[in-house]
Design a protein. Structure first.
Length: 202
């Protein structure tokens, strides 16, 4: 099966099925990377000009008016991943999660969310290497995927104690009487001046 080139457009239901069920490989179009870069450039210019950007240089929810200093942004990103990584069993099937991921990646490539190349490449690599996060089906009222798709960012796919896959290079393991799993989150560069797009990359 030929590789599916994702460009932010043109994704069909058959394409989603092929990736989710048949393991079709995906790649990102060069022009999509250009759109991601342009989106980040615009957001940085707005931020440097003093424009308040929800979830980037400002907090979220009740903290929407709180200024986020540049040296705190990486910590803020990690805190948002962890605080929104909620949900309850039952869990989605691997095929359902793979469908979510290819759709989310394609949406990301439109360029409006200002996601980093690293984030887009992570989704691509997860799909191509069969790394499937465990994502609970029960989320939250409202923008419900906020509490579920964050599990991709935290890489909670790897804990075999919960039937979540196998250990791999994305986890660190410590043997101190009990086995502990440390999920290493990416430094995420993502926000949007369009409120309902925020968090959709996670």
């Amino acid at each position: 099966m030929d590789t599916l080139i994702l460009n932010g457009h043109d994704l069909t239901l058959q394409d989603v099925y092929d990736v989710a069920y048949d393991g079709r490989k995906v790649e990102i179009a060069a022009d999509a990377y250009a759109r991601l870069a342009k989106g980040r450039e615009i957001m940085q210019e707005l931020s440097k000009g003093g424009k308040a950007i929800y979830g980037f240089n400002r907090g979220v929810g009740q903290n929407k008016d709180v200024t986020i200093d540049e040296d705190f942004m990486e910590t803020q990103n990690r805190m948002m991943l962890r605080s929104h990584s909620l949900g309850l069993p039952p869990f989605n099937t691997d095929e359902e999660v793979r469908a979510m991921m290819v759709i989310r990646l394609n949406n990301m490539l439109i360029g409006a969310s200002c996601a980093s190349d690293d984030l887009a490449n992570s989704y691509r690599d997860f799909l191509n290497h069969g790394i499937t996060p465990r994502i609970p089906r029960r989320g939250a009222v409202g923008e419900a995927d906020i509490t579920t798709i964050t599990h991709v960012g935290l890489k909670t796919f790897a804990d075999p104690r919960n039937g979540g896959g196998k250990l791999n290079e994305c986890t660190k393991v410590s043997h101190t009487g009990n086995t502990a799993f440390y999920y290493v989150a990416y430094s995420v560069f993502v926000s949007s001046v369009q409120p309902r797009i925020l968090f959709r990359e996670f």
